[in-house]
Design a protein around this ligand. Sequence first.
Ligand SMILES: *Cc1c(COP(=O)(O)O)cnc(C)c1O
Length: 353
Amino acid sequence: MKNWENNIRKVVPYVPGEQPKKEHMIKLNTNENPYPPAPGVAKAVADVDIDRLRLYPDPVVADLVQGIADFYKVENNQVFVGVGSDDVLAMIFMTFFNAKEPILFPDITYSFYDVWAEMFRIPYERIPLDDEFKIRTEDYKKANGGVIFPNPNAPTGELMTLEQIEQIIQANPDVIVVVDEAYIDFGGESALPLIDKYDNLIVVQTFSKSRSMAGSRIGFAISNPVLIKYLNDVKYSFNSYTMDTITIAAGTAAIKDRAYFEMTRDKIIKTREWTKQELKKLGFVFGDSRSNFIFARHPQVSGEALFEALKEKDIYVRHFSNPARINEYLRISIGTDEQMQEFIDFLKAYINQ
Ligand SMILES: *Cc1c(COP(=O)(O)O)cnc(C)c1O
């Protein structure tokens, strides 16, 4: 081994879902939105003066920050934007998780958390979910260096109530508590109203799921001005121009169209509930997901076999072989009614064969 090998930051990277390039596939594997972005987005992108690409983008992303602040009725200095919420979350880990005690997150959760913790050398502890894949709030009442969890959780889709979230925040007044609300728009109550009440709370959301813009990479955090300032200080010390001019225009147009957002969100919720009924008829077992995916297993059919059989028909879902506790499950993103009908038709034939 060469000496320099000792000084390399070695990491086991996060593995994103596949992005196959096929014409007629049904893609239910990465929780993308099946509907296009709001109509104003195309116009905003077309209207960008290409000459402006000579210049660096706006480092404070003022237009988009303003749009988000208006939508959520907060002040501009309470909004932090990043290149997807993955970027926002990575900045949060770097800025706020620097204690000797471990940060806490569920054992079954967004699989980027432990990757960042390893990458930034942050000690961490995975707290087991209960037998129904729910977070037990009392488990988060111990010495720690910070707390992070998604609500609803991923990949389980399990939602916590605001009271439960408040219990976790109240038990942890001396560290930063981060609620990752990537899926909150699909049927949960946001923790945003709590940011005025608790000075250690950060709420993170994204345009990737409920706003149909995974390809644009827009995420944001809302908190009090003090925490947002600390976050910006680290961000500008790392890379100050992360969001490009075209994305800023696209995101600003998207956040302005509340009606389109609500319409597509409602359609997905309706399709999700229909899919639940159909899966139940077929014997699948799953919790009451409030996200844009369903995490389900079939008592008689192996998760792996089903995953492979679906893939054979160009229907992509997500299967996690780790940890063993979830390897019989499939995470099925909610597509259009037509896509879900085809998916269900396939399952009917496969399971009854
Ligand atoms: C999808 C997802 C994110 C990241 O989304 P971005 O595309 O980076 O905004 C963050 N947290 C959870 C739990 C997610 O599922």
